[in-house]
Design a protein around this ligand. Structure first.
Ligand SMILES: N[C@@H](CCC(=O)N[C@@H](CS)C(=O)NCC(=O)O)C(=O)O
Length: 265
C-alpha cells in the first residue's frame, strides 16, 4: 500500500457525459484524491464519444484514468476498464477502508461486484439499448422489419436475462438487509452498481420503460433497489460530483467545443 506516497499522486480522469466514468469520479471524490477531470461530450444523435478519446487509448472508451506519481522515478500510468480501475484505487489509495471493507469476506463480495457489474449485467443493458435504437439508424424502408426483429431478440433473450439480474440484485439487497450491497455502509460495490442500476434504470425510468416495453412501476417491482437508488441519489459526495459535472458540461457547451465524431454512412 502506498500509504505515504499515495495521497500525493495526481489523477486525470477522462470523463464523458452520461457515462460509466461518473463512478470513477465518485470514487476519486470519496477517497479525497487529487484529481482533475477532462470532459468530452457525446454526439447528440449517435450518442458516441468523440474521436479525441482515441488519442488517449486505442479503444476510445471512458473511463480512462491517468496517474502521475509523486515519486518522479515512477512513470505515469494510464488505466482503463472500470472494474480494474476501481480495484487499483482500492488496493493503493484506500488505507482507511472508506470503500473497501476491512473484513476479507466482505472484500471478496466487493471484488465480485466489481466484476459482476461490467460482466453479467452491463452487456444486457447495452444490448437492450442497441436493439431499441436500431430502428433509428436504418434506412426508412427497413424500420418496420428492424423494429420487429429487435423486439423479438429482446423478448427472446435480453429482457428475460435483464429482469433475472434485476431480481437477483433485489434479492441480494433484501438478504443483506442493510440498504447496501455489502456490509452496512457504502462500499465500492455500491459505487460500481450506481451506473447500471441507479443511473441507467431508476434515474431513467421513462427511458427504461420504453426500452423494455414494460410500464409497470419499478418501485413496486424492485422496492429494495428503489430504496437503495435513493441512498445513491442523496449521497452528498455523489450529489456534489453531479452538480459539478453539470456545470462543467454547461460551461463546455457555451465554449462551443469542436469534437470530431465517427461519420455515419
Ligand atoms: N467495460 C468498459 C466499458 C467502457 C465503455 O463502453 N464506455 C462507454 C461509456 S459508458 C464509452 O466510452 N462509450 C463511447 C463510445 O462507445 O463511443 C469499462 O467498464 O470501462
Amino acid at each position: 500500500m502506498t500509504e505515504l506516497s499515495g495521497p500525493q499522486d495526481r489523477f486525470i480522469l477522462h470523463w464523458l457525459d452520461d457515462s460509466r466514468a461518473n463512478r470513477i469520479l465518485w470514487a476519486l471524490e470519496l477517497l479525497q484524491l487529487d484529481y482533475e477531470v477532462k470532459v468530452y461530450l457525446r454526439h447528440p444523435q449517435t450518442w458516441r464519444g468523440p474521436l479525441e478519446l482515441f488519442k488517449e487509448h486505442p479503444l476510445g472508451k471512458v473511463p480512462i484514468l491517468e496517474i502521475i506519481f509523486a515519486d518522479p522515478r515512477r512513470p505515469p500510468v494510464k488505466l482503463v476498464e472500470s472494474g480494474f480501475i476501481m480495484q487499483y484505487l482500492l488496493k493503493n489509495y484506500d488505507p482507511n477502508h472508506i470503500l473497501y471493507p476491512r473484513d476479507p469476506e466482505k472484500q471478496l463480495e466487493v471484488d465480485y461486484y466489481l466484476h459482476y457489474s461490467e460482466g453479467n449485467l452491463q452487456h444486457l443493458q447495452i444490448s437492450l439499448l442497441i436493439n431499441f435504437s436500431a430502428k433509428e439508424v436504418v434506412p426508412f424502408g427497413l424500420k418496420k422489419v428492424t423494429k420487429f426483429l429487435t423486439h423479438a431478440l429482446n423478448k427472446g433473450y435480453y429482457l428475460h436475462e435483464w429482469r433475472l439480474n434485476m431480481q437477483y440484485l433485489e434479492g441480494r439487497l433484501a438478504e443483506n438487509g442493510t440498504g447496501y450491497f455489502v456490509g452496512d455502509k457504502l462500499t465500492a460495490a455500491d459505487v460500481m452498481l450506481s451506473f447500471p442500476v441507479f443511473e441507467n434504470v431508476f434515474d431513467n425510468e421513462d427511458g427504461i420503460k420504453q426500452i423494455t416495453r414494460d410500464k409497470r412501476d419499478l418501485k413496486v417491482l424492485f422496492p429494495n433497489l428503489y430504496k437503495w437508488s435513493k441512498t445513491i441519489k442523496y449521497n452528498p459526495s455523489y450529489s456534489k460530483i453531479c452538480v459539478m459535472m453539470d456545470e462543467e458540461v454547461e460551461d463546455l457547451i457555451l465554449r462551443n467545443p469542436h469534437f470530431e465524431y465517427f461519420k455515419q454512412n
